[in-house]
Design a protein around this ligand. Structure first.
Ligand SMILES: [Zn+2]
Length: 548
């Protein structure tokens, strides 16, 4: 999730001056950006193994307090550890082996000097206590923090979201994508009468004496920090068992009590989604943790095994079709898109947020594969091609590395159309499906770089895709096939392309479709009549332009 409103509103706000502003922004990264976005020496020496996040949430005063116990394996002897927590939250103490430790604060990065020797191979733990009024999300999920809302009955309706901004906006952790914790316990205390739903499975529910309840949720699989969430509301729930590729999968739905009847009908898209995506991408990656949809007071987010939902029980994206073709109204956008992230974002996770296209391109592409499964290939093509109207070509899909910087919002629909183009090149739908499934098994529960994905796709398609990816991921120009057709000779070449760009495309001369292998230099092809129109196969995301 993330960029959609930006895309929809981009028409209004993006001016030619803004891309210059974005370039300036790139040169203006701060030390805080580097501390947040790079694998600093104070991060590199330890490998996360387990978090126990244990907090109390007080909606009346918008206050949270508690601790995170961090277990880690020592990779290299080092005595200083970086922990991230964003102001106005504050670390009140850090404890190891019963001893209070010295903490040096550098705004949102905190450097803790350890007293015990850190021996390579040891698994140690440290407790980080914290408290405060966390940043309030004003337009979740685009900013992030806590959403402190109330439902129609005046009951508290609270949720966290933190993509991009980072989980350290509400809990202390190693806030970098490269290192996922192996498993996690999330313990949340909240006022009695309200229910908290977090990731994984509910292990225990304890009623306390002081009018509060504590729920303990256990996540049995690696999880990225921004996937962790707390959702507190007056929830009702229902569930079903889905017979999936890996056996029985528990699918649970937590919705506001008033919406229970509506949800029971509307959430039929969830098992439909599971069927289509297991077909295209392989088994759901978190059977042990179940799959949940959890209603929240904002649009939605791909929280691992507890996908959050706020699409108001409408079809499309809050009732609108992002493709303008009508096909986008055949499904609930948030259920399909956010659940698609279970494969691309939660299973295969980018190591650096600069490579976030891995999450959003494949997931936006998954929308058309859902349609393909139920409505066929042409419907799916209509949809993905329809979404091209959202592309801005403002900056490359890949952002700046090591400074917690995302690439262009074009990572969604330009990314999806790049993958749709790739499917045409592979020219074998079953092979393409095995490539998508292969990605999910090869990089199962891993964090990856763009290079790894590029290499995998080149190797398994049997096509050298390096120039293809340079064009679509690292350049803003859409390749243009320039041609002239005179005296029964078709002249053609690529323009607006990177060095070595040699994408073959399908064109038709009259009714006959054929592959063309353009390069940057003009080439010629004899034809039977100059009167026959030249058309480009619409599935290729390139521009056709007649040179007069
Ligand atoms: Zn997304």
């Amino acid at each position: 999730m993330k960029r959609f409103l930006l895309i929809l509103s981009a028409i209004l706000i993006i001016t030619s001056g803004q891309s210059q502003g974005l370039l300036q922004e790139k040169n203006n990264f701060t030390k805080q950006d580097t501390l947040r976005g790079s694998i600093t020496p104070e991060r590199a020496w330890w490998d996360l193994t387990y978090y126990h996040l244990d907090i109390e949430v007080k909606p009346d005063t918008k206050f949270i307090s508690g601790k995170n116990t961090i277990h880690y394996k020592v990779l290299k002897s080092y005595q200083v550890m970086q922990i991230d927590l964003q102001s106005p939250l504050e670390i009140t103490k850090a404890i190891q082996n019963g001893k209070a430790l010295e903490v040096r604060h550098e705004r949102n990065a905190h450097f803790i000097t350890l007293k015990s020797n850190q021996t390579i191979g040891d698994v140690n733990s440290i407790e980080i206590y914290y408290k405060g009024n966390p940043k309030e999300a004003k337009r979740a999920p685009w900013d992030g923090g806590f959403s402190w809302k109330k439902d129609k009955n005046g009951k508290h309706f609270v949720a966290t979201s933190c993509q991009g901004l980072g989980a350290s906006v509400w809990w202390p952790n190693k806030d970098h994508m490269y290192d996922e914790v192996d498993s996690m316990l999330i313990s949340v205390t909240n006022p009695k009468g309200l229910t908290n739903v977090s990731n994984g499975r509910l292990r225990q529910l304890v009623e306390n004496n002081n009018n509060t309840v504590t729920s303990h949720w256990f996540v049995n699989n690696p999880i990225n920090n921004y996937g962790v969430n707390v959702n507190i509301g007056d929830y009702a729930n229902f569930s079903e068992v889905y017979q999936g590729e890996k056996g029985d999968l528990d699918m649970n739905y937590h919705v506001l009590k008033d919406n229970l009847a509506k949800a029971k009908t509307h959430f039929k898209d969830a098992p439909k989604m599971m069927k289509a995506f297991e077909h295209w991408f392989g088994p759901y990656p978190f059977y042990e943790d179940s799959f949940k949809l959890v209603e929240v007071p904002y649009l939605g987010m791909e929280h691992q095994s507890s996908v959050t939902y706020g699409n108001k029980y409408m079809q499309g994206y809050l009732g609108s079709d992002l493709s303008g073709t009508g096909w986008g109204l055949k499904f609930d956008f948030i259920i399909i898109h956010e659940a698609g992230h279970e494969w691309f974002a939660n299973n295969i996770t980018n190591k650096d947020i600069a490579d976030m296209w891995i999450h959003e391109a494949f997931t936006s592409y998954s929308e058309n594969l859902f349609l393909d499964y139920y409505y066929g290939k042409e419907a799916a093509a209509d949809y993905v091609i329809g979404t091209r109207k959202n592309v801005q070509n403002d900056k490359p899909l890949i952002g700046a590395y090591h400074v917690n910087n995302e690439g262009s919002g074009d990572m969604y629909y330009k990314g999806a159309n790049m993958l749709h183009t790739l499917r045409q090149l592979v020219e074998d739908d079953e092979k393409w499906r095995q490539i998508l499934r292969g990605l999910n098994s090869e990089f199962y529960h891993q964090t990856v770089t763009t290079k790894q994905i590029e290499d995998y796709l080149s190797e398994h398609s049997g096509i050298d895709l390096s120039a293809f990816f340079n064009q679509y991921l690292r350049d803003v120009r859409i390749p243009t096939l320039e041609y002239s057709h005179k005296n029964r000779v078709l002249k053609y070449r690529w323009t607006n392309t990177v060095n070595g760009f040699n994408l073959p495309v399908k064109i038709s001369i009259g009714d006959d479709e054929q592959w063309l292998y353009p390069k940057a230099e003009w080439q010629t092809l004899g034809t039977s009549s100059s009167k026959k129109p030249i058309n480009l196969n619409r599935n290729f995301y390139v521009i056709l332009k007649e040179k007069r």
